[in-house]
Design a protein around this ligand. Structure first.
Ligand SMILES: Cc1cc2nc3c(=O)[nH]c(=O)nc-3n(C[C@H](O)[C@H](O)[C@H](O)COP(=O)(O)OP(=O)(O)OC[C@H]3O[C@@H](n4cnc5c(N)ncnc54)[C@H](O)[C@@H]3O)c2cc1C
Length: 471
């Protein structure tokens, strides 16, 4: 126990669904922070004193009021697929499983409003019934929740068309619950709602979100393989193909990733079902386009020396657990770490217009085999690229490179090397909100939201490096 008065809570609110078992609490308090050897060490043994699963907003309100009166910390939990220990309580208290708040509140036209605990796959299923689909999803969409994506994630699948979740027009509003003895529901619209985005639940407890939707498409998944030839590497060809496809205006797209050798092989090691799609020694592009684009993608692939090795209806592939969407984004990291546990990951974005040049430059510097002609496995940093539109529109690459972990100092040298080549690195090995995306300082709007919605600083305490902020 952390010293907070948590032991009295179940007696004070006996109707709530509590978890008190220490082993279960340890499991519930963990996410995918083990991707980082640094976070794994720093978060070791951190867990909630109690967990609770409110069945509806009324139960949640009772809980929050009681915790605010007793000054007990509250950490929200969606599906715990975050990868920076975001839902791991650093100061004990109560872990709040949001899965019970899973209603679609309404859907009209191209807009849906839903409770924060709904799983994204379920929300996608529901909006598809009305001819729409979600604009942006993480590759963990099967289990991840809407509130978890908003408070912990950035975007992913769909960002090639709609940019990150934070791009204006994607999130239209949010309802938050203030953490006070008499909790208040506060409606935030447009940019004000984004003050709660990607702050790991430190700046506000999200009850409901309102999202703009896209028209539903029938999506086709393709794998295009690129072998090395005398003129250039398969990875180089795959990058040029990816850029041309990303820019092609007549081809609606949902995702586009490029994996350099040996990442496709690592995936095959973990699941033989991909063996035919990923020929040994080739780089691959993982493509999700509108069904009508099949012929155009095959022609484009041939123009860049690629070969379509796999295609499948995306909805069917998801049902069969064989979707390329679960090889993209940090799923590629997951597969790679299973094959080579000595690696970790970084998160980068490249400058519009210079993105291919920069990817090639970092790959030349850190991605070559340890000796000329050696195995690609021996490279210090393996490369995985995703094409997206940036917050303000231009097409860019982002990347989730996989360095061999040789200690914090060498990891920092690699980050510095990337930065020296003009690449932005959002270091995922930090446990403070300010040190990732925000580059050191909590934005003023986020700080103002926290003062209003969490005046006793009970939400996920310890995750803000500086709080209260100096006047
Ligand atoms: C294999 C893998 C692949 C991934 N791919 C992607 C990707 O493509 N794109 C991406 O953006 N992320 C990705 N992630 C990170 C993560 O899966 C997503 O961000 C996901 O949306 C998090 O949802 P969750 O329900 O699991 O949230 P959790 O991990 O449970 O929570 C995330 C954060 O949100 C807070 N939170 C949860 N609910 C609320 C609420 N109602 N109010 C306030 N705060 C709340 C939690 O306290 C925590 O700080 C990936 C992670 C893994 C392990």
């Amino acid at each position: 126990m952390s010293g907070h008065d948590t032991a009295a809570l179940p007696a004070a609110l006996p109707a709530l669904d509590w978890t008190t078992d220490a082993e279960r609490l340890a499991v519930l308090s963990r996410d995918f922070s083990w991707f980082s050897p640094i976070l794994k060490r720093e978060l070791q043994g951190k867990r909630a004193d109690l967990a609770v699963r409110p069945r509806d907003q009324a139960e949640l309100k009772q809980l929050v009021g009681e915790c605010a009166r007793r000054r007990i910390p509250l950490t929200m939990r969606g599906a715990a697929t975050g990868n920076y220990g975001q839902c791991t309580p650093l100061q004990g208290g109560v872990l709040v499983d949001m899965a019970g708040l899973n209603r679609v509140v309404w859907q009209r036209g191209g807009v849906v409003r839903a409770e924060a605990g709904i799983r994204l796959a379920e929300l996608e299923r529901r909006v598809r019934e009305q001819g729409c689909e979600l604009r942006v999803l993480p590759s963990t969409f099967r289990v991840a929740t809407l509130g978890g994506l908003f408070a912990g994630g950035f975007g992913g699948v769909g960002s090639i068309t709609y940019g990150p979740l934070a791009a204006p027009g994607n999130v239209l509003g949010a309802a938050a619950l203030s953490v006070q003895p008499e909790p208040q529901t506060v409606e935030l619209r447009g940019a004000d709602a984004l003050a709660l985005h990607h702050n790991w639940g430190t700046t506000g407890l999200v009850l409901e979100l309102e999202l703009a939707l896209a028209p539903a498409q029938a999506w086709l998944e393709l794998v295009v393989a690129f072998a090395d030839d005398a003129a250039r590497t398969g990875f180089d060809a795959a990058l040029d193909f990816g850029d041309a496809l990303a820019l092609a205006p007549g081809l609606p797209k949902r995702n586009l990733a490029v994996l350099a050798e040996p990442l496709p092989r690592f995936i095959v090691q973990g699941g033989a079902k991909w063996a035919a799609a990923f020929p040994s020694g080739s780089a691959v592009a993982l493509v999700v386009v509108a069904e009508s684009g099949q012929g155009a993608v095959a022609e484009l692939a041939a123009r860049f020396g690629g070969r379509v090795t796999h295609q499948a209806d995306s909805a069917e592939a998801q049902r069969r657990n064989a979707t390329v969407l679960e090889l993209c984004w940090n799923h590629s990291t997951l597969h790679a770490l299973k094959a080579d546990p000595g690696r970790t990951y970084l998160q980068c974005s490249f400058t519009p217009g210079q993105h291919l040049e920069q990817v090639r430059a970092v790959h030349r510097r850190f991605g070559q085999p340890a000796s000329p002609g050696g195995s690609p496995d021996s490279a210090e940093v393996l490369m995985h690229v995703e094409f997206i539109r940036s917050l303000d529109g231009p097409l860019i690459c982002t990347a989730l490179p996989l360095p061999r972990y040789q200690g914090e100092q060498r990891l920092q040298e690699i980050i510095d090397g990337y930065r020296a080549l003009g690449v932005r690195v959002n270091n995922p090995h930090h446990r403070h909100v300010e040190d990732g995306r925000f580059g050191g300082t909590l934005p003023a709007a986020a700080a103002a939201a926290k003062r209003r919605l969490d005046p006793f600083c009970l939400l996920n305490p310890g995750k803000l490096r500086v709080w209260p902020l100096p006047e």
